[in-house]
Design a protein around this ligand. Structure first.
Ligand code: GLU
Length: 505
């Protein structure tokens, strides 16, 4: 029987969750769901220097908002707990020791100054990359370059050390990637990465391999930026004797800037005015808040659908997929090799589509905070009605205010300039009379109001087209909004009359 599919999202809690990270979550999630597998959230917090308080909770909240919740996580627990690497610290030394014993790792005693000196010396030689590798290893202070008795002495004295992997020279390290196929790496270009730090904490490289093994991960999806680390991981799987358990890898394409080349960064978002993080992120050190898709007014379903299409397609023209449909259709082999350019206009198009197709009741709940932010508190009935009337004109949730504010408040600015030029005594008289007439209307609904308006137009011998725009400006304040008679119905008779009377040019 095949092994149960187990995938993981393994973020380091260092800040806001980039949309590329959410896409990695999504592809993991879809793969797990479509194979009846488990989706694990593992927090890779071994780098204390990059640790940011609150980032882990924020990541979990983002996953909740997106509806992509893991089956196992630090919060939920699970059969392979703990899921936070800092809490697994005691587990890793044993494996580092195993690598030392088999000669695939070594102690390195170099101080920060020693390392600095190596970098400086190497930089003098234009052709070398300043790194700790087969070229430089013997010039440094480690258990490969020093005599055995000196190593013992240093260890006995408690000299601080790190443990490094010993990358072999002249070897081709091979990896079969689910998206890219066969990839080869020249081991001569790979450095002797630190596996265990002086404080006993593993680095990402050791921890990721040990945990993927211990947690029985079968498929590992991560961003393309991790490709250069892949040969180190492949060698570790081999050296630890676990090669046949190594997960199948898929390195996902980058999400690129809309203009130019390169990975989409938070700076691009700031520069071009769109979010890059899933939700608002406040840096605890600087207090600076970076806007998220959620707060900008995206529906999580639209955000997720948009991300699914950023690097994958179903092979058809279809672009709108529910999460269930994605689970049914998704296949990792259809993920593109090349980077996908982020297109904010397209992202907004997805949101508009979702707003259009969402029922008024849930939509009103989503729009409510954006309406109440303007100090009005409509009833559910009114809000649902308004949402239904204006939703096709809304792209982002705050648009519900811009497109519908006049249902909740008397417009504060009236675009009189638009009607002033063609205004005359006859039109003024028409509105004065019609305002008096509608006060007596026995029924107040869209049809009755329109019938009364049409009758009045005929009586006065005025063109309907000449008074429709003025009526809209009176009720709405500007040249927008749904049908003017339904607006009159919803705001009510008294308010309609009040708004008509308020305009006197
Ligand atoms: N901790 C890594 C990160 O921050 C995970 C990379 C991987 O999935 O192997 O993205």
């Amino acid at each position: 029987m095949d092994k149960k599919v187990r995938v993981r999202f393994a973020p380091s809690p260092t800040g806001g969750l980039h949309l590329g990270g959410v896409r990695t979550v999504l592809y993991n999630y879809l793969f797990a769901r479509s194979h009846g597998g488990d989706f694990v959230l593992r927090v890779e917090d071994t780098d204390q220097n990059r640790f940011v308080a609150g980032a882990e909770q924020y990541i979990m909240d983002c996953l909740k908002w997106c509806g992509l919740e893991p089956d196992e996580s630090p919060e939920k627990g699970g059969p392979y707990a703990p899921y936070r690497q800092s809490e697994r610290k005691h587990l890793y030394y044993e494996y580092a020791q195993k690598l030392l014993d088999s000669g695939h790792a070594y102690y390195a005693f170099d101080t920060t100054e020693d390392l600095e000196r190596m970098r400086k010396e190497l930089k003098k030689d234009e052709h070398s990359v300043p790194q700790y590798d087969h070229n430089t290893r013997m010039k440094m202070r480690n258990s490969v370059s020093l005599p055995a008795d000196e190593v013992v002495k240093l260890l006995d004295k408690g000299t601080p050390y790190v443990i490094r992997i010993k990358i072999p020279d002249n070897v081709t390290v091979k990896l079969t990637d689910m998206i890219r196929g066969e990839i080869s790496f020249d081991s001569n270009l790979v450095d002797d990465k630190v596996l265990l730090k002086a404080d006993g904490m593993p680095t990402y490289h050791l921890a990721v391999v040990v945990d993927d093994y211990l947690m029985k991960i079968t498929h590992a999806f991560r961003g393309e930026e991790w490709l250069p680390s892949a040969p180190v991981h492949v060698l570790l799987w081999e050296y630890l004797g676990w090669k046949e358990h190594m997960p199948l890898w898929a390195h996902l394409p980058l999400i690129l800037k809309p203009d130019g080349n390169g990975k989409l960064s938070k700076r691009d978002g700031d520069r071009l005015g769109f979010p890059v993080f899933a939700m608002n992120w406040t840096d605890p050190k600087t207090g600076e808040t970076t806007m998220g898709f959620r707060e900008m007014g995206f529906l999580p379903q639209a955000f997720v659908n948009m991300l699914a299409m950023l690097g994958w397609n179903s092979g058809t023209e279809q672009e709108i997929f529910s999460l269930d449909e994605l689970v049914a259709k998704f296949s990792i082999e259809r993920v593109h090799k090349g980077g996908a350019k982020f297109d904010f206009e397209k992202a907004k198009w997805f949101n508009n589509q979702y707003i259009h197709h969402t029922d008024n009741e849930p939509l009103a709940k989503l729009a409510r905070p954006y309406i109440e932010a303007h100090s009005v508190k409509p009833t559910d009935e009114l809000l649902e009605k308004v949402v239904g009337l204006v939703k096709d004109r809304c792209t982002l949730l705050p648009d519900f205010w811009a497109q519908g504010h006049f249902f909740f408040e008397t417009p504060t600015t009236i675009d009189e300039a638009t009607i002033k030029e063609k205004w005359n005594e006859q039109k003024q008289q028409f509105f004065n009379d019609w305002a008096a007439a509608i006060a007596l209307l026995p029924e107040w609904n869209e049809q009755a109001i329109e019938v009364s308006f049409n009758e009045h137009v005929q009586q006065k011998g005025i063109k309907k087209g000449d008074v429709m725009l003025p009526l809209r400006i009176m009720l709405v304040g500007g040249k927008y909004g749904p049908g003017v008679f339904i607006i009159a119905e919803v705001i009510g008779k008294e308010e309609t009359i009040k708004r008509i009377k308020a305009v006197n040019l």
